[in-house]
Design a protein around this ligand. Structure first.
Ligand code: GUN
Ligand code: FE
Length: 430
């Protein structure tokens, strides 16, 4: 796991912007002290003394960013999928999260989560824990050990959580948050705290306001959920009657963030022109969670409109409403969802191209972490090496075709190595 300077050789693909994927077969991508120095068809002379790790015909792509995933929900993914959001939360999710009061339970479950995250396409993630401080610190300790770079949030919720999953009141929730922040101060290199009001139905006005103030005072980012489901949107209107939209309710509590401290809002299925304007004005990120939106019958988010409006956007797996942490699967469902939005909802809203989806999974979400998500000069060196040799073809395939095929048929794409800021954090060959 030493930070290193080296060259990888193989079939390279990365986004230049949202419209194009650059590829090199038998190309080179250079890492110096954890930073990418660019990708090349011929290795520049200045790097000729660096060690070259030759991956032959394997694919080498930038690491992916999962902008929205719930760690404590990982162990019940793929079951209980017949409910819509609010029923799903109270029937399955809240009772499961309540179990994380037990540190031994949390430790075991978070071991599964952290290890599986280490093995998938994700190199960066923004994670919800539960409201429990000890269990959240346990999760952060484990994620730090993986070598991945993450934001993790102790969840705030002081209402509507049901038995065992509610903090006593706003003051208790804010106090616990400060204690959590104090306990982890200086403890990690790669694991950062993020304030996490679950969503407005879970947080009283005083709690929301307190978190808005804490974000400003301590320079902390915020993550939450926005306009995922119609019953949820109607409920928020009842809870914050003075708001002109759900996004405006977050604005009222000063939790929509700024370009310097961008808030992540997961879902945005029902975000209209006003919400789009608010998201854009605050420099917020939308975590598009298409797998989850399908599973909970939430709807289809109009991500073409968000992209055209210049709103920041990346992909989220949203486990366990999304059933897998595989970003390739999330890309596929997001592509299919955008095609169906065009076909069934509005033929003026064109589906996303494959190039655009690859961009969202890598550079789009990666930009939340800074210069992350591509192989251009100056970006953090996050890379995934993939063996797709089990996917037979009767003809030579271009790198672009192989990447597309991998997304539409993920089963046979095997990750052989994963690098985060130049550290090899996972290898199943060496
Ligand atoms: N809204 C509030 N909490 C949650 C959650 O855990 N999952 C999803 N999908 N939406 C939420
Ligand atoms: Fe979520």
């Amino acid at each position: 796991m030493n930070k290193d300077s080296f060259v990888l050789r193989g079939g390279i693909a990365f986004s230049e912007g949202s419209k194009s994927i650059v590829t090199y077969s038998n190309g080179y991508v250079v890492c110096v002290d954890g930073i990418c120095k660019g990708a090349f068809s011929k290795l520049p002379d200045q790097y000729k003394d660096l060690p070259v790790y030759d991956y032959g015909d394997k694919l080498i792509i930038p690491g992916m960013t999962d902008l929205h995933v719930h760690a404590p929900q990982y162990t019940f993914r793929g079951i209980g999928m017949d409910e819509e959001l609010l029923e799903w939360l109270s029937k399955y999710t809240f009772p499961e999260e309540a179990k994380y009061a037990d540190l031994a339970y949390a430790r075991k479950a978070y071991e599964y989560f952290s290890e599986d995250l280490r093995r998938c396409f994700t190199t960066r993630a923004v994670v919800f824990a539960t409201l429990h401080n000890e269990a959240t610190i346990e999760l952060m300790d484990q994620l730090e050990k993986t070598g991945m770079i993450t934001y993790v949030g102790k969840v705030n919720m002081d209402r509507n959580g049901g038995v065992g999953l509610e903090e006593e009141d706003a003051a208790a929730s804010l106090k616990a948050t400060v204690e959590w922040l104090e306990a982890i101060k200086g403890r990690y290199k790669n694991t950062m705290p993020i304030l996490t009001p679950r969503f407005i139905p879970s947080c009283s006005d005083d709690l929301m306001k307190g978190l808005g103030e804490m974000s400003a005072e301590r320079g902390l980012r915020i993550q939450s959920h926005l306009s995922e489901n119609k019953s949820e949107v109607a409920w928020v209107k009842e809870l914050v009657p003075e708001s002109t939209s759900y996004a405006n309710a977050y604005e009222i509590f000063d939790t929509m963030g700024s370009a310097e401290l961008p808030t992540i809002m997961a879902h945005c299925v029902y975000s209209d022109e006003e919400e789009m304007r608010i998201l854009k004005e605050h420099g917020a990120y939308i975590a598009h969670c298409a797998d989850s939106n399908m599973n909970l019958t939430s709807g289809i988010a109009p991500i073409r409109k968000f992209m055209d409006a210049g709103i920041n956007i990346g992909l989220g797996t949203d486990v366990a409403a999304g059933s897998s942490m595989n970003m390739i699967k999330t890309m596929l469902i997001s592509l299919q969802a955008s095609k169906m939005y065009y076909r069934l909802v509005d033929t003026n809203v064109k589906p996303l191209s494959f190039e655009e989806m690859f961009y969202l999974a890598t550079m789009g979400g990666g930009s939340y972490f800074g210069k992350v998500g591509t192989f251009k000069d100056g970006y953090d060196f996050d890379a995934v090496v993939i063996d797709d040799s089990k996917m037979f073809s009767m003809r030579d395939m271009s790198i672009r075709e192989r990447i597309e095929r991998m997304v539409y048929n993920d089963a046979d794409a095997i990750i052989t190595d994963k690098y985060v800021r130049g550290n090899n954090i996972y290898s199943n060959v060496k």
